[in-house]
Design a binder for this molecule. Structure first.
Ligand code: PHB
Length: 393
């Protein structure tokens, strides 16, 4: 059943979204970017979320009614939209947030308003660290979770010196700091580092010149969405790829836009919690269903949406329909999903999951690019980092 059909079902018999009893219909606020550098990510999370509702929605009696809001990747807009969803639309749960900066802006208000938020992308470590709340549950990843083990892995490959680059905002800084920690603790050295103005950098030339003159063995970056496409293409056209191999957090060459990067992405090695080539039965089913719905491979963003829907349905299945009940049930969720076994750590409400190192390679016998898994790193459970989880009243 499609989401539209699920929603329509709830409207039969003159029931409006508002008049429907909370236990019959769950009001869901989707708080995502549909404009700005992360617009494609927002759309993919929504596509995954809708597929999750279609796949698992039949397991509960309730229907799910979506209220969709565009954060524009701007913290003040995200904050205003979160308030609207909670106060005006009276949603039972919010799903979304792509940017760590937007998550930083909405975390406090979500906790104060006591509306559960299922984080379906933003990796801001604070949200499941010192700023944690029983109302914030993350089904995506934490910035450190992906990057620290990659630092360790890269040092283990014999790479001794690295130059780092990332956009200048919370996610860029946290991802590079975590990579640096893992890399230097395993014996590597960072020989230079720069942060580029977020959402404003179109010419990476000056930064690439600096990276080249550093003489590092390799370059490690975090870029995502529109910035990732520009960066990967310019890195190649600058002639750097042959000289200094490019590594990164795996959003750099996400299946969502790797074909827009084209051959420039070939050979890039990166770490991520999901690629569509992972082999397990759940993932096979998911890839097939997503392909038949969208005619393309699912990305990590689609999985965040899909697993967020499944987690919400698990919570509802356990009897939770009120805001506080949904928040409490979400911290107990665990299942085998497309990315392997996952669970929520109730001490932080962050996801526990394996991390994969993958290389972007030309698809065998076909067109386009695919992801070759090089290594599966152990499931990463984040330390509390100052999180003191409060009980729900
Ligand atoms: C973030 O801001 O936390 C963020 C954005 C896009 C990504 C990953 C992390 O692909």
């Amino acid at each position: 059943m499609t989401t539209k059909a699920l929603t329509a079902l709830a409207l039969v018999g003159g029931l409006t979204a508002h008049a429907a009893a909370a236990q019959d219909q769950i009001e869901v606020g989707l708080l995502l970017p549909y404009s700005g550098v992360y617009a494609a990510l927002g759309n993919d999370i929504q596509a995954g979320f809708e597929l999750g509702l279609e796949t698992y929605g039949g397991e509960v009696d309730q229907t799910f009614n979506l209220h969709i809001e565009d954060t524009e990747v701007k913290p003040p807009v995200g904050l205003a939209k979160a308030r609207k969803l909670a106060l005006q639309d009276q949603v039972d749960v919010m799903v979304g947030v792509v940017s760590s900066a937007v998550l930083g802006a909405v975390s406090d208000i979500v906790a104060q308003m006591e509306v559960p938020l299922i984080v379906a992308n933003a990796g801001n470590d604070e949200a499941t660290g010192a700023g944690c709340s029983p109302y914030i549950t993350r089904l995506s990843f934490a910035n450190s979770q992906v990057n620290r083990p990659m630092g360790e892995w890269l040092a283990g490959q014999g790479v001794k010196t690295v130059y780092t680059l990332a956009p200048d905002y919370a996610a860029g800084r946290q991802q590079i700091e975590a990579f640096t920690q893992g890399f230097t603790e395993a014996g590597g050295e960072i020989v230079g580092s720069q942060y580029t103005p977020f959402q404003q950098t179109t010419d990476f030339g000056p930064y690439l010149t600096e990276a080249k003159s550093s003489g590092a063995d390799a370059v490690y970056v975090f870029y995502a969405g529109g910035e990732a496409i520009s960066f990967v293409k310019q890195y190649d056209s600058f002639g750097l790829k042959a000289e200094m191999p490019l590594y990164g957090a795996g959003f750099l060459t996400s299946p969502l836009y790797v074909n827009a990067e084209g051959p420039a992405a070939e050979g890039v090695i990166a770490a991520l919690h999901y690629v569509p080539t992972i082999e397990n039965p759940e993932n096979e089913r998911f890839v097939e269903a997503f392909r038949s719905k969208t005619e393309r491979d699912p990305s990590e963003y689609a999985v965040h949406g899909y697993d967020a829907a499944r987690a919400l349905i698990e919570a509802v299945k356990s009897g939770a329909t009120e805001r506080s009940e949904i928040a409490a049930a979400l911290s107990q969720v665990s299942f085998d999903g497309p990315r392997g076994a996952l669970s929520i750590d109730p001490a932080t409400n962050n996801i526990v999951q394996p991390i994969y190192v993958y290389e972007t390679v030309a698809a065998e016998g076909g067109e386009g690019l695919t992801q070759k898994v090089l290594a599966q790193l152990d499931a990463e459970q984040m330390p509390p980092n100052g999180c003191e989880m409060k009980p729900i009243n």
